[in-house]
Design a protein around this ligand. Structure first.
Ligand code: ATR
Length: 296
């Protein structure tokens, strides 16, 4: 049986231990080391995962150094998900669509880049029995997280997508990007024109509103907006339940926070690095263990 003590990173590091890590600035609050090291303990794979803070201007050195040191893989987080694309020997087509890379895998001549955010979000929906097939989708926000969400929704059969953003130009550009790859109806609206949306939508909250200093805020305040949402997904996981999710729940929506996406994007990266696919039963055990250990 898998006990809580076994979750702790074992200290049996030897000459054969493979090294992985996360590159970003900052990485201090990242939950990835805990998740990835839990996966290695659980699967009894001889590897360790470390935080690697990379200062501004040092990304290229960090990647070349990592490769020289035989570091087998990295996750990449803010602010390097786009910049890292200029330092890779191969980029997976989905990562190209999303315009960002969050996973590097060691290859002979350099690193290959992947994006596991969209798959992570999709798995989180699947685990909640939510299908996007022929559904009307709302995406709040037009940054990097929105782009991964849009590509995922288009890929998995959404009927139409409404992008609502504070800065309309950014939403317009994103709509053009999605249409380059998918034959789908995409409309753009300012946040205060939510009343033009149809009902029974699945809504993804991808802005940073609801965490940190704005944790008592939601990107749209009016309660009637939330009546249009049957399923509300916030990509934020800290706080566990944002004001957006609270408001949606109050109007009867099914709600999902960002913890599932965080977990499944990490698992997907682990699968890429180790050429494995976790079984459903392994996934469930891992989920339980990690959720019990999350310091939120
Ligand atoms: P990420 O890569 O995590 O998506 P980002 O690219 O900085 O981060 O995008 C942040 C998103 O949150 C953007 O859609 C941003 O809106 P703008 O495009 O208008 O900047 C949105 N956002 C941030 N603060 C906001 C606020 N106070 N009100 C509304 N939207 C906000």
């Amino acid at each position: 049986m898998f006990t809580k003590d076994q979750v702790k990173i074992n200290n049996l590091i030897s000459g054969t231990t493979k090294v992985y890590g996360i590159i970003g600035n900052p990485v201090t609050f990242s939950l990835s080391p805990m998740i990835q090291n839990t996966l290695s303990s659980f699967l009894e794979i001889d590897s360790i995962y470390l935080p690697f803070p990379v200062e501004d201007g040092r990304l290229s050195n960090a990647i070349r150094g990592g490769h020289a040191l035989n570091i087998q893989g990295f996750n990449v987080t803010h602010p390097y998900k786009q910049d890292v694309m200029g330092h890779l020997t191969y980029i997976d087509p989905l990562a190209k669509q999303i315009g960002a890379v969050n996973t590097l895998k060691y290859e002979g001549k350099g690193y290959s880049g992947y994006n596991t955010d969209a798959d992570g979000l999709y798995t989180s929906l699947k685990q909640n029995n939510i299908s996007l097939e022929d559904k009307e989708i709302i995406v709040l926000g037009a940054g990097g997280a929105a782009r991964a969400t849009l590509m995922m929704a288009a890929k998995y059969g959404a009927r139409s997508i409404y992008i609502l953003n504070r800065t309309l130009d950014k939403a317009d550009l994103l709509a053009i990007e999605v249409k380059k790859y998918y034959n789908i109806n995409v409309e753009v609206l300012p946040l205060d024109e939510w009343h033009k949306l149809p009902g029974d939508c699945i809504c993804f909250q991808t802005t940073s509103v609801g965490m940190g200093k704005s944790k008592d805020k939601a990107p749209i305040d009016h309660d009637d907006f939330y009546k249009k949402i049957s399923v509300a997904i916030d990509l934020i996981y800290n706080p566990f339940e944002t004001l957006f999710l609270k408001k949606a729940k109050r109007q009867g929506s099914y709600t999902i926070n960002g913890l599932g996406m965080l977990l499944y994007q990490a698992i997907k990266a682990y699968e890429i690095w180790n050429n494995i696919e976790l079984t459903d039963s392994q996934l469930r055990q891992i989920e339980d263990t990690i959720e019990r250990n999350i310091p939120i």
